[in-house]
Design a protein around this ligand. Structure first.
Ligand SMILES: [Zn+2]
Length: 172
């Protein structure tokens, strides 16, 4: 088990379109487990492979509240096969943009096809916070961050603050 360093925006590694996993092998299972551990430690409700510097289409999430039993979701090669016309507005944050939040509107319900940890094709439905979380993490696999939905003005304010934070961290 290992905690992986999380990449902060802006960073070119967060703008990459990730590649499909060909075989769900031990390296995929190890990475997925480490991603979950890293997400819980952060703490966060979702994490995608590019945020820890891997370019494979893998994401994890868990939207259960503190004190509830954990319900880890591990998706390899996720695809949205259906999404509702109804939209859901939720405040989103991102482990790659700590302390920044914005309201983002997305389909309120989605159906997702993915490979499980044995490499079997599965489908799941998600709504509300889980749907928002999975769609946010799937965006990461396309190199899209939640700030990309904001006006250029709002996005630049956040990215400028992030650059400053990164400089401070490097100097420390
Ligand atoms: Zn994110």
């Amino acid at each position: 088990m290992a905690l992986l360093p999380i990449i902060y925006a802006p960073d070119p590694r967060l703008k990459i379109k990730c590649r499909p996993v060909e075989t769900v092998d031990q390296s995929v299972r190890d990475l997925t487990r480490d991603m979950l551990e890293t997400m819980y430690a952060a703490p966060g409700i979702g994490l995608s492979a590019p945020q820890i510097g891997d370019t494979r289409r893998i994401l994890v999430c868990d939207v259960t509240r503190e004190g509830e039993d954990r319900q880890p979701i591990q998706l390899v090669n996720p695809e949205i096969v259906w999404s509702s016309d109804e939209l859901y507005l939720a405040e989103e944050g991102c482990l790659s943009l700590p302390d920044h939040f914005a309201e983002i509107e997305r389909p309120s319900e989605v159906r997702i096809r993915y490979l499980d940890q044995q490499g079997e094709s599965q489908e799941m439905s998600a709504d509300g916070l889980l749907a928002a979380c999975v769609q946010h993490e799937m965006d990461h696999l396309e190199g899209i961050l939640f700030v990309d939905y904001l006006s250029p003005l709002k996005r630049n304010i956040i990215l400028r603050k992030m650059k400053k934070l990164k400089r401070q961290k490097e100097a420390a």
